[in-house]
Ligand binder design. Structure first.
Ligand SMILES: NC(=O)c1ccc[n+]([C@@H]2O[C@H](COP(=O)([O-])OP(=O)(O)OC[C@H]3O[C@@H](n4cnc5c(N)ncnc54)[C@H](O)[C@@H]3O)[C@@H](O)[C@H]2O)c1
Length: 329
C-alpha cells in the first residue's frame, strides 16, 4: 500500500492513523475532511497543523455528502480508501437526523460510487459498536446487528452506509473491510467523549457532567490499539466486518477514580438523568480480529495516563477548546 486516501483526516481517528502512516516514507496520504462543526473546529485545526509539514501528506477540504465535490479529489491510482469521515455521537443524532444521513449514509454512498468508478482494490469503512444496541447478548458478535434494530439515528445512518457500500460494490473486485470501533479514547480525542472531558473538567476544577449514576460500563479502547487494528486490516486480504475494541469493560466511575488518582485532584460531579437509549454495556467478541493476530494490549490505567500526559503537554492550546455542547450549558 503506497497511495492511500483517508477521509475524516482532521478527525480523531483519521488524524492518528494518518500521522502513523506517513511516518513510513513509502506511503503517501491524501486526507479529506469537511471540517464540520460537530465539535470545536480548533481541535481539528490543531491536528492538521501537525500533518501540514509532512511532504507525504496533502489535505483537501471536501464535503463528501455532495457528489459534485468529487471532481476536486486530486490524484488517482489509490491502492486503498480508508473512510473515517462521519458525524458521530448518539445523543446529538436525535436532534439533527438529516445531517447524520447526509454525513454518514449519503457520504458513504457517494464514496462507494467513487471507489467503484476508480476500481480501487481496497475499501475500509469505519463503523461503530453503537449498531449493536441493547440486544442483551454478550459478547457481541459481528452478525448481532442482523437480529436487532439499530438503537439510534447515528447507528441507523452508519449501518445504512455499510449496506450501501456492500450493495454498490457487489460483484466488483474491491475488498471491503468494515471495522466497528468500541468507544475510542486517547491523545487528540474528541471533546464530546467522556474520558477527555473528564480529564479536562477534573484538571480545571469544573463539575463533571455525568449522565446516570456512573455505573454504566464501556469497552474503552485506546487509540494505539485501534491504529494497530487498522494496520492489521490494511495488510489482510480478508473482507467482512471486524470488531475492534477492548474486551475488558470499565465503568465511568472507575474512569473518574483513575483520573483523580493520576492527577491527584478530587472531582466534583453534577449527576444528570441517564441519556435516552444509553446502552449499559457492550463487550466485543474479538475472535475475527484475533484470527488475524490482533489483540488490544493497552490497559485503561496506561491509556488514561498517556492521555493525561498529552493533555498536560498541550494545555495552552486546549484551554480554549469547548468541551460542552450549547444544549448542555
Ligand atoms: N471515536 C469513537 O469512539 C468511535 C467509535 C465508533 C466508531 N467511530 C467511527 O470512527 C470514525 C472516526 O470517528 P472519530 O472519533 O475520529 O470522529 P471525528 O468526528 O473526530 O472525525 C470525523 C471527521 O469526519 C469529518 N466529516 C464529517 N462529515 C463529513 C463529510 N460529509 N465530508 C467530509 N468530512 C466529513 C469531520 O469534520 C471530522 O473531522 C467515524 O466513522 C465514527 O463513526 C468512532
Amino acid at each position: 500500500m503506497k497511495n492511500i486516501l483517508i477521509t475524516g483526516a482532521a478527525g480523531f481517528i483519521g488524524y492518528n492513523l494518518t500521522k502513523s502512516l506517513i511516518e513510513n516514507k513509502e506511503i503517501k496520504v491524501l486526507g479529506i475532511d469537511s471540517l464540520n462543526n460537530a465539535y470545536d473546529n480548533n481541535l481539528k485545526k490543531l491536528r492538521l497543523k501537525n500533518l501540514e509539514n509532512n511532504e507525504n501528506f496533502v489535505f483537501s477540504n471536501i464535503d463528501l455528502s455532495n457528489q459534485n465535490n468529487f471532481g476536486g479529489i486530486q490524484g488517482s491510482n489509490f491502492d486503498c480508501v480508508i473512510h473515517l469521515a462521519a458525524r458521530a455521537g448518539v445523543r446529538q443524532s436525535f436532534r439533527e437526523p438529516k445531517q447524520y444521513i447526509l454525513d454518514n449514509t449519503v457520504s458513504t454512498t457517494n464514496l462507494s460510487g467513487f471507489v467503484k468508478k476508480k476500481e480501487i482494490q481496497k475499501f475500509l469503512i469505519a463503523s461503530t459498536s453503537s449498531i449493536y444496541g441493547d440486544s442483551g447478548e454478550s459478547p457481541m458478535k459481528e452478525d448481532t446487528d442482523e437480529k436487532y434494530p439499530p438503537p439510534s439515528v447515528y447507528a441507523s445512518s452508519k449501518l445504512s452506509g455499510e449496506l450501501m457500500a456492500k450493495t454498490i460494490l457487489d460483484g466488483t473486485e474491491t475488498c471491503i473491510q468494515i471495522p466497528r470501533f468500541f468507544t475510542v479514547y486517547g491523545p487528540y480525542g474528541r471533546p464530546d467523549m467522556s474520558i477527555l472531558r473528564f480529564i479536562h473538567w477534573i484538571y480545571t476544577g469544573t463539575e463533571i457532567l455525568l449522565y446516570g449514576d456512573g455505573n454504566q460500563k464501556r469497552s474503552f479502547t485506546y487509540i494505539d490499539d485501534v491504529i494497530s487494528g487498522l494496520n492489521t486490516l490494511i495488510l489482510s486480504k480478508d473482507s467482512g466486518v471486524f470488531n475492534i475494541g477492548s474486551d475488558k469493560t470499565v465503568s465511568l466511575n472507575q474512569v473518574i477514580s483513575i483520573i483523580e488518582k493520576e492527577l491527584n485532584i478530587k472531582s466534583k460531579i453534577d449527576y444528570q438523568p441517564r441519556a435516552f437509549k444509553d446502552v449499559d454495556v457492550v463487550i466485543p467478541d474479538l475472535n475475527r480480529m484475533k484470527s488475524l493476530n490482533w489483540n488490544p494490549t493497552t490497559s485503561i490505567e496506561k491509556g488514561i495516563s498517556e492521555t493525561i500526559q498529552w493533555y498536560l503537554k498541550y494545555e495552552e492550546e486546549l484551554k480554549n477548546i469547548r468541551f460542552k455542547f450549547e444544549y448542555e450549558k
